[in-house]
Design a protein around this ligand. Structure first.
Ligand SMILES: *Cc1c(COP(=O)(O)O)cnc(C)c1O
Length: 370
């Protein structure tokens, strides 16, 4: 019997992919980096593909190899890698590579020349996030080198792409600015003789708010897991439930300090329940005294500090026993908190809540698709 578990509803991921696909004329790239935002990369990828996604997106070459080794054949893009890493393996496994610079393009071309393989590449322009992507001033030269390498059969420029900085703030003027620069970058690619099959700019927030950013492909992460970063009428369902079982209860007198540092003092005689999940499992220590939980249908908050392996809940005079279920967050359908509630409580984003939970030691169970 589990004492703490993550339950991942793959049916929800599949249905979310289906809803998102219906919301755009573009193809869907399911972003399954960071172990599928903590939901399991392989399982999430399969569920998203079952729901109609046609591409997969990851950061690292290791993440891409993991999916290929599991037998997943869908078109795939990896965008965060270092020249000198084993590109031949990735190219051989038909993993397309995001290319932001001349040094990256040169590395891809050299490996293609040495192996006789044609490398699928997606050239990235920085339109204003100031993170990855070629500077606008380097774009023309990057296109020229890419066009020459494509003519030699060394690379195939499959995509041109960029990433938005403020899509989760609908109406932010940078979205229009980035979109305009992206159009200009596409024009330049055309002038260089390139005809990328997939032009892509939008993330989840842009998929939900800005159809003019969809182009041929949208890269969808968080919405796929049921946690839209902006208001939406789509009935997306959170796929991750995090829960644990009460492992110990006791009565405390009024005025007792609870957990390290005594940041919580019992306001009256009360019952406390010990929950065996802590920051080593991904429960943020910043959730001390504020993280919401549900026990036997009632809402409580964490009392005192979150410890490495456990935290305490003050349940007042409620009947709570060893083995009772403590839901940290779930879909919200049974009145339990959601990952979004946790994110608001500790002033972060739901991405961080689910990703941290999924990278801890908690047993993860997948349900919903055979
Ligand atoms: C993570 C990521 C995405 C997905 O973003 P969401 O907000 O989760 O939809 C898309 N594109 C890039 C480049 C990313 O790094």
């Amino acid at each position: 019997m589990w004492q703490a578990e993550l339950e991942i509803d793959l049916g929800a991921i599949r249905d979310n992919a289906d809803l998102l696909k219906a919301a755009t004329s573009a193809e869907i790239m399911a972003v399954v980096k960071a172990d599928g935002y903590g939901h399991g990369a392989v399982e999430s990828a399969r569920a998203a593909l079952a729901g109609g996604a046609t591409w997969l997106g990851v950061c690292t070459l290791g993440e891409a190899a993991h999916l290929r080794e599991a037998g997943i054949e869908a078109p795939m893009l990896a965008w965060l890698w270092l020249p000198g890493q084993p590109l031949g393996a990735a190219i051989g496994q038909r993993v397309d590579l995001g290319v932001s610079s001349h040094s990256q393009l040169t590395a891809v071309i050299e490996v293609a020349r040495a192996t006789g393989l044609t490398a699928g590449t997606h050239l990235k322009i920085d339109t204003g996030l100031s993170r990855g992507g070629a500077a606008a001033t380097d774009w023309a030269a990057l296109l020229e080198t890419a066009a020459a390498a494509q003519a030699e059969g060394l690379i195939d420029v499959v995509g041109v792409w960029s990433h938005l900085a403020n899509a989760d703030s609908p109406g932010h003027d940078s979205v229009d600015r980035q979109l305009k620069l992206f159009h200009e970058a596409l024009e330049a690619a055309k002038r260089a003789g390139l005809a990328p099959r997939v032009r892509h700019l939008a993330n989840s927030a842009a998929l939900l708010t800005r159809p003019d950013t969809h182009f041929d492909l949208v890269r969808v992460g968080i919405a796929l897991y049921g946690l839209p970063p902006v208001d939406t009428t789509l009935r997306l369902k959170p796929a991750m439930t995090a829960r644990a079982r009460v492992i110990h209860t006791k009565r405390l007198a009024e005025g007792e300090g609870v957990s390290y540092g005594y940041t919580y003092i019992t306001p009256r005689a009360t019952t406390v329940a010990l929950v065996p999940i802590g920051y080593a499992d991904g429960v943020p220590r910043h959730a001390s005294n504020i993280g919401p939980v549900q026990i036997n249908g009632a809402r409580y908050r964490i009392a005192g500090r979150v410890c490495m392996d456990q935290f305490v809940v003050d349940v007042g005079d409620a009947e709570v026993s060893d083995g009772d279920e403590v839901v940290l967050f779930g879909s919200g359908e049974r009145g339990e908190p959601t990952a979004e509630d946790w994110a608001r409580a500790i002033d972060t984003i739901s991405y961080e809540i689910v990703t941290r939970m999924g990278s801890g030691r908690v047993q993860r169970t997948h349900i919903g698709i055979a």
